[in-house]
Ligand binder design. Structure first.
Ligand code: GLN
Length: 197
C-alpha cells in the first residue's frame, strides 16, 4: 500500500488523511524528519504559511523537506502548502522550500471574499470540481516546466511541475477525492513509470 505523508505541524491535516484513506492509501502524520523516511509522497496542507514556516524551522524540518524534494518523490501543496513549495512568493525576498517552478501571491482573492466556493474545470478531471477557497493564494506565473491545470477568474489556481502539484484551494474539504487520486497517480510504480489512474 502506498504511504502518503501529511505535514502535521499546522493546518488542515485530518481532512487530508481521510481523503488519502478514501483513495485506498495509507496516510501518515509527519512531524519529525524521521517520519519522512518511508513515504512514497507528501502533502503540505493548507493553513497559514508563515505559522507553518516557523514550525518547520522549530522542528528542524527545512533541510529534510528539501532533501525529500531532491529525492524526486511527489509533493502536493494545497493553499498555504502551495506557498511553501513555490520558487517565488510575490513581495518576499526568499521563498520557503522554493522547489516548484511557479510564482505565487498570497491572499490574492480580496479581503471581502476571504472564503468562497466555485465549480472548477480541471484538466484531467471529468466534470466540475466544487472547490473551497479560504484566503487563497494564486499562481501569478508558471515556469516553462509547469503545466497549468486550472484557471479561475483569469487566475491560475492549479498547476503541476514535474513531481510537484499545487492548488490554491482546499480539495480535502469536500467529499470529492478525485484530486487526491490524481496526486496518487503521480507516484511512480516499481517499474519507474507513474501508475495508471
Ligand atoms: N493565506 C494563507 C497563507 O498565506 C493561506 C490560506 C490557506 O491555506 N487556506 O498562508
Amino acid at each position: 500500500m502506498k504511504r502518503i505523508g501529511v505535514l502535521a505541524l499546522q493546518g488542515a491535516v485530518r481532512e487530508h488523511l481521510q481523503s488519502i484513506e478514501a483513495c485506498g492509501a495509507e496516510g501518515v502524520l509527519v512531524k519529525w524528519p524521521k517520519d519522512l523516511e518511508t513515504l512514497d509522497a507528501l502533502i503540505l496542507p493548507g493553513g497559514e504559511s508563515t505559522a507553518m514556516r516557523r514550525l518547520i524551522d522549530r522542528y528542524g524540518m527545512m533541510q529534510p523537506l528539501r532533501d525529500f524534494a531532491e529525492s524526486g518523490k511527489p509533493m502536493f501543496g494545497t493553499c498555504a502548502g502551495l506557498i511553501l513549495l513555490a520558487k517565488t512568493v510575490v513581495g518576499y525576498e526568499e521563498p520557503h522550500l522554493g522547489v516548484m517552478d511557479v510564482a505565487v501571491e498570497r491572499n490574492s482573492f480580496g479581503r471581502q471574499v476571504d472564503s468562497f466556493e466555485a465549480p472548477l474545470e480541471i484538466k484531467g478531471l471529468d466534470g466540475a470540481f466544487d472547490a473551497v477557497f479560504i484566503r487563497a493564494p494564486h499562481i501569478v506565473s508558471a515556469g516553462p516546466s509547469a503545466e497549468v491545470l486550472c484557471v479561475h477568474d483569469g487566475r491560475i489556481v492549479m498547476a503541476k511541475s514535474g513531481q510537484f502539484l499545487g492548488c490554491s484551494f482546499h480539495p480535502e474539504l469536500t467529499e470529492d477525492h478525485r484530486i487526491t487520486a490524481y496526486f496518487l497517480s503521480m507516484i511512480p510504480s516499481r517499474s519507474g513509470f507513474p501508475l495508471p489512474n
